[in-house]
Design a protein around this ligand. Structure first.
Ligand code: F6P
Length: 550
């Protein structure tokens, strides 16, 4: 395919951008009472309102044409058929197989992967039921009360985010903990809450070689053995999730306690696999399967809905409109549900590790910007921190506002109506970002004050809101396993769609390797306190400063 920025479809969008860039959404809403009707999509109880964006019917038409030009429909089929679209690692990207609830065969190298997926699911079911029911016992005969997932990145963020999000569905007898950082504080603070007799460690690492995870796993094993005094007991307290079964067994984990995942499951797409073991233990297998059902619902929608009615596709195209034409580089995820507080971090890895790339599938440097800087925070906390910049800053950040209609939490005497307040704030933010406040509105508002004190007129400009700041609103019935699965899978397909249009491989992550290589060169210098002259003067001096002062 021709370089996307050289296509007639891209040029048409550039021309259209010149026409529309100064239009204000306030006027677009005024001139079209049906703007919401025309610019929202629904997938069962999932409502995606994209009417508060700087788009017209023409924008949508041109963006869809761009997606078609990029061959999105074809690539969508290639993703779902198990083709090795992650060509730099010669791998398929088959997270959809993990939630393929219809069990339709999907082949990789001629082999149907569904029997493998189903076998792992049955192992997850068995272990999670044994732990929850107390059949699985620790070395001294006690039930497991704490599960500690040791993993990082994709082997941590998904399970950790989901266990927080679905806490109301969780067991009252089991506490899930997540240790990711190699900083000893992380493991120490977790172990303080655990008893070796009642703790199960899940060493989650696709490669089983990640420095942080292995360091934490060895320290956890030392902590455990100190109390258990017998390596034999490791089998009651350590399980592993890895595609490197041999390394897990070498660590001391019994073969039957090793859960496998395959090279066609990317780390940041792995919460649907045995990486979700901690989720299944905490919320139960039926609920874990509901997460898969939600993902499957999103998959069916993505693969079959026409592009203009396709939620992930429209999300992706609107994102591209802002990143590549308006030149807005960042994107905020703002969940109005405290239980989704970790969603921005989760999506940060999903999006930035997938699409933060400057080399295209044609091995050349891409000619346009790719993935945005994704950040965010739960509402309403963010309102009291960074929304000032969202409203009046010089950079514009498109936002996704996300909220369930019903909260999973109700205080015993809920006369203070927490959830309605949360909802009112959600609506107020999306509306004020869009509509803004004009000079005449401010003058009107300050009329009496200015009459009493004319010098206050100077303050008028400070109170103006330009508005025209875009956002999507995402609403769904309640935060359940199924709705969460659907939400995550929708974002995965959005990221995929953008990657296709930008002509990049969304499934590798070479960019994180270089730092790891250098760390391996630095570590021996710190361990031996050896004077460093190997690097540039800053790096040498930092190493030597640490060595001289520790
Ligand atoms: O360093 C990045 C990364 O490779 C992620 O892509 C991955 O999710 C994470 O590290 C953890 O890798 P592993 O599961 O192999 O320990």
């Amino acid at each position: 395919m021709a370089e996307i920025t050289k296509t007639a479809e891209w040029r048409a969008l550039e021309n259209h951008f010149k026409d529309i860039k100064n239009s204000h959404m306030r006027d677009l809403f005024m001139s079209d009472p049906e703007r919401f009707d025309k610019n929202h999509l629904q997938l069962n109880d999932f409502l995606f309102d994209f009417s508060k964006n700087r788009i017209t019917d023409e924008t949508k038409k041109l963006l869809i044409a761009l997606a078609e030009k990029a061959g999105l429909q074809d690539w969508r089929g290639r993703l779902f058929s198990g083709e090795k679209i992650n060509f730099t690692e010669n791998r398929a990207a088959l997270h959809i197989a993990l939630r393929n609830r219809a069990n339709k065969p999907i082949k990789v190298d001629g082999e149907d992967v569904m029997p493998l997926v189903n076998h792992e699911l049955s192992k997850i079911r068995k272990l999670s039921e044994e732990i929850r029911s107390g059949v699985w016992k620790g070395f001294s005969g006690k039930k497991i009360k704490s599960i500690v997932n040791i993993g990082i990145g994709g082997s941590d963020l998904g399970p950790s985010m989901v266990c927080d999000a679905l806490r109301p569905f969780g067991s009252e007898d089991i506490s899930p903990y997540f240790v990711s950082n190699v900083d000893a504080a992380d493991l120490s603070q977790t172990l303080e809450k655990c008893d070796p007799e009642t703790t199960l460690f899940i060493v989650a690492s696709k490669t089983f070689s990640t420095q942080e995870t292995m360091t934490n796993a060895f320290s956890a094993r030392d902590w455990f053995i100190k109390k258990a005094k017998n390596n034999e007991f490791i089998k009651n307290h350590f399980v592993a999730i890895s595609s490197n079964e041999k390394a897990a067994e070498d660590f001391g984990i019994h073969a039957e306690n090793v859960f496998v995942l395959w090279d066609w499951v990317g780390g940041r797409y792995s919460m649907w696999s045995s990486i979700g073991l901690s989720i299944a233990i905490f919320i139960g297998m039926e609920n874990f399967e509901q997460i898969l059902e939600g993902g499957y619902e999103a998959d069916n929608h993505f693969i079959s809905a026409p592009l203009e009615e396709n939620i992930p596709v429209m999300m992706a195209l609107i994102g591209i409109w802002y990143i590549n034409f308006f030149n807005f580089s960042t994107f905020a995820v703002l969940p109005y549900d405290h239980c989704l507080a970790k969603l921005p971090s989760y999506l940060q890895q999903a999006d930035m590790e997938s699409n933060g790339k400057f080399i295209g599938r044609d091995n050349k440097k891409v000619c346009q910007k790719t993935g945005p800087i994704l950040w965010g925070e739960a509402g309403t906390n963010g309102q009291h921190a960074f929304y000032q910049l969202l409203h009046q800053g010089t950079q514009i950040t498109p936002c996704d506002f996300i909220m369930p209609l019903h909260s999973n939490y109700k205080l015993a005497d809920d006369k203070n109506d927490h959830h309605k307040i949360l909802q009112a704030n959600f609506i107020a933010q999306t509306q004020s970002l869009m509509i803004g406040k004009s000079i005449s509105d401010v003058e009107n508002e300050m009329k009496n004050e200015i009459m009493d004190n004319p010098s206050l007129k100077n303050l008028v400009s400070h109170r103006i809101f330009e508005g025209n700041r875009p956002s999507n609103s995402i609403l769904f019935e309640s935060l359940s396993p199924k709705s969460l699965g659907r939400l995550i899978a929708i974002y995965e397909h959005k990221i995929f769609t953008q990657g296709i249009i930008w002509n990049i491989n969304s499934f590798d992550q070479w960019g994180v390797e270089y730092g790891k290589q250098i760390a391996k060169l630095v570590l021996p210098k710190l361990e031996s306190k050896q004077h460093s002259e190997t690097f540039d003067s800053s790096t040498n001096n930092l190493i030597n400063y640490i060595n001289n002062n520790t």
